[in-house]
Design a protein around this ligand. Structure first.
Ligand SMILES: Cc1cc2nc3c(=O)[nH]c(=O)nc-3n(C[C@H](O)[C@H](O)[C@H](O)COP(=O)(O)O)c2cc1C
Length: 247
């Protein structure tokens, strides 16, 4: 699985218009892949299942939804973002259009004692409907998310990680080959999401971002040593340190 290549073609299918039926073979591939994903935290229990879209409140024309359940401890939201982005990129890589769907709810909000966190809807979509030029998609400028020396094929690519409402709540400082990663919230900026939702989704977004960052570093054969920090601050704080990568 080449995650790096998949970053360039992935996009959110907000509506699955003009898709083709997802096949039994597709489902088998997805279910097998789910068994292979690597968590950010080994000690947080998770359960990932695939159900028909009609068993959820998602009505975007997808066929299925990947449901993420987790123990609700520590950085479980970040963990789900990190795991889920592997699945998002995998789906895109095999021609299954996908959508992180934060506002969706499944029938069962509890599964084996674990809590429902978020879903990814998907459906087989025509090859032509995937992203052709990632650089045309709407994102913050490099200088808005990165300070210090930029890294070719990394700094300018991580910008395109997906996030809830495209909030892009991240900031990187490169200080002598140590990357300080922050969850970032522009002071005073009020988006369309209520504050408790921003806190929830932006923690998932950070997990997504860390997976994309690691994918870009690995693609360049840059070896890194990762230190993860707990994120206990409120969304009102401008910069919360969430991880340091020594490269
Ligand atoms: C955690 C998360 C939750 C999201 N929730 C929704 C949602 O509820 N509804 C929706 O239409 N899009 C949702 N999105 C998709 C984002 O709007 C989309 O990723 C962002 O605008 C960037 O666009 P792109 O994914 O096409 O690059 C979500 C994305 C993430 C990462």
């Amino acid at each position: 699985m080449n995650y790096y290549e998949a970053i360039f073609k992935r996009k959110s299918f907000h509506f699955f218009i003009g898709g083709e039926p997802t096949t039994e073979e597709d489902l088998k591939l997805v279910n097998n892949f789910i068994k292979e994903v690597k968590p950010l935290y080994d000690d947080i229990k998770t359960e990932i299942i695939v159900v028909p879209e009609k068993e959820t409140t998602c009505h975007r024309g997808a066929d299925y939804c990947v449901l993420f359940y987790s123990e609700t401890k520590g950085e479980y939201l970040r963990n789900i973002g990190y795991i889920g982005e592997q699945i998002d990129l995998y789906l895109n890589s095999i021609g299954l259009g996908a959508l992180w769907f934060g506002i969706g709810k499944p029938k069962e909000v509890r599964n084996n004692g674990l809590e429902y966190v978020i879903m990814l809807a998907f459906k087989r979509m025509p090859v032509n409907n995937f992203r052709k030029d990632m650089f045309k998609s709407k994102r913050k400028l490099l200088e808005e998310i990165w300070s210090g020396e930029s890294i070719d094929d990394v700094s300018n690519i991580v910008r395109f990680a997906p996030s809830a409402c495209n909030t892009q709540p991240w900031y990187v400082e490169n200080k002598n080959n140590e990357l300080f990663i922050y969850r970032y919230k522009k002071p005073g900026k009020r988006g369309i999401m209520p504050i408790n939702q921003v806190m929830y989704y932006n923690r998932i977004d950070i997990g997504i971002f860390l997976f994309i960052l690691e994918t870009c570093l690995t693609n360049k054969n840059i070896v890194f040593e990762r230190t993860l920090m707990n994120d206990e601050s409120t969304a009102e704080i401008e910069k919360t340190l969430v991880a340091v990568y020594k490269i």
